[in-house]
Structures are given as C-alpha cells and as structure tokens.
Design a binder for this molecule. Sequence first.
Ligand code: GDP
Ligand code: CA
Length: 326
Amino acid sequence: MRRVVILAGGVGGSRFTLGVREALRRRGEAHQITVIANTGDDLWLSGVRLQPDIDSLLYALAGVNDTERGWGRAGDTERVNAELQAWGGGWPWFTLGDLDLGTHLARTGWLRDGATVSEVVARLNGRWDLGARILPMTDAEVDTIVHLRDGSRMHFQEWWTRHRAARAPERFVNPGIEQAHPAPGVLEALAEATDVLIAPSNPVVSLGPILAVPGIREALALAPAPVVGVSPVIGGAVVRGMADVCLPTIGVETSAAAIAGLYGARDRGGLLDAWLMAEEDVALAPGVAAGGIDVSVVPLWMRDADTSAALGDAALSVRDDEGFAG
Ligand code: GDP
Ligand code: CA
C-alpha cells in the first residue's frame, strides 16, 4: 500500500494533488492520499467561515471546480452575493458564489454546533468520492495577517484580492500559531507515509503556515519516507499568481534553487531529500545538489491531466528509484 502525504495550498496544491492521484491510478498501485492543507487563508466574512485552500482542494478533487476562473464552483451564480453587497455586507472586491455560500453555511453551522475544524473538514470530505483525504494543518484559528511596510495590517485575503498583492508587505504572521497543534491525524500520516510530497505551492503563505505549526517540521524530519519537493518557480518566475511578491519578505529570491535552499536538505537539518526542478532551470541543478538535495530535472508545467500526472509520477519515482524501504 502506497501511503502518500502531500503538503499543499490551494490552486498549485490542487493541481499537483490531482496529478499524483492520476499517476497512482495509472500505475494501478493500491494507495491512500492524505493532503495536509494550509488553513492560514481562512477567514470570517459576514458571519461565515471561509477556507479557501481547503475548498480549492475539495472542489478540484470532486471535479466540481470552475477550471476557467480558477476558483469556486463550476456554473456558480452570484444572486446572494449581489444582495449581500446591496446591504453593504461582505467585501465589494470579494465574490461569494451561491453554491460556495452553501459550503460556507454548512461549515459555519457545524462549527457553531461545536465541531472542531477537523471534524468539519471530514464532513466536507464525505460528500464526494475524492480519492484522497484532506486534513487541515491544525484545528486552531491562525489566519494569516499581512504587516505592510506602511505600518498598516490586514487579513491576507484582503491584501491578496483587494490590493492584488500590490502594497509592499513587510511580513506575514499567523497569530497564535506558536500554541497551535497539528490537527488529529497529521503526525500519524507523516509517520506512516511511504512518500511525503511538498506541492509547488506558495512557499511563504501556503507552505509557511503549515511548516510553522509546532510539531510538523519535527515529524517531517523523522518521517521514514523520502520528502520530495516540487518547485513553484519555473525559469525564474512563479507560474501562476503572485508568490514572487511574498518571497522577498523572507529574503528569498524567486528562483528554484533559492526555494530549495529555504527548505534545506533533510540530512543537514532541513526538509528535503529530493527536489524537482524544471528543464528551464537546469543550470541551477548542480548548486542545489551541492546543498545535499537530490535533484530531478523534469517538466513542471501542469497544463492538463497528462502533464500533471507525469509530474505526480516523477515525484513518486524518487522513492522507487532510491529503493526506500516501506
Ligand atoms: P493558492 O493557495 O491558491 O495561492 O495556491 P498554492 O499556494 O497551492 O499554489 C500557488 C503556486 O502554484 C504559485 O506560486 C505557482 O508558482 C504554483 N503553480 C501554479 N501552477 C503551477 C504549475 O503548473 N507548475 C508548477 N511547478 N507550479 C505551479
Ligand atoms: Ca492559498
């Protein structure tokens, strides 16, 4: 049984998870996939709890996501949102689809009834046959706050969607994360995994919060499985989105090698056994290898089911090739 654990944010995380699921299906190998998802993007808005990265994963794995727009449900409408805006509720720059609101209402109701975040996410998982289990990184509320260079602060979601990340950030903080615990099942999944994969998600605001939950880094260090990361940067640029705005706040260049350096080699106190980087960045491969990380140079663009499955397969191949036990 192949037990694959993926650390993931929203869009890059979902595309990659779909690729890994497809690769495992094509191999015909018995498998379980567990996704440890970022909840730093979560927020309260108009009385409902939103979990953007959890929902991106959920909708993509269920096949009900809007692939053209890149977020939300396919075929959604915005009648409720229009009415909410007419009342001056919500955020004028933030659209809440009608079907999406159904999810938010269900989630909020369960939370109000006393369910934990993991219990709520488990119920969301149960509606469709996802072929994977999504776990929140923690049950604690640790919403990402951006401290701007002009001294103001706002929720990550306001900075990202209203300001399109254009206002200079100084740092990203997750208040309370030092006291947070990994959600039930997270440490067990890492201890029992045959493969641990770090999705090509935003290193600062998607993977950063996951890795900041006390205990998760330690569990990665001790995991019997190889830890394989995938670069979100191809040819010196982020593939989609604005992750390049976040990297300078932690002093990291927008380069596949710099991100590998940020994660570090596992046998030197970091996270990675292996790093998948793009053909466009082949010149940087020797430098990454010199840092103690095995490098595979493979196509990293996830354009469709085939290219995503090929990337998923390449990530799984690290364990096959190195003959890791398990
Ligand atoms: P978010 O939570 O929705 O912002 O999504 P993630 O954090 O999971 O992923 C965002 C990152 O995915 C971006 O920084 C992109 O560089 C990366 N990404 C998106 N599409 C691709 C792709 O096709 N290939 C690779 N390697 N990275 C991608
Ligand atoms: Ca996100």
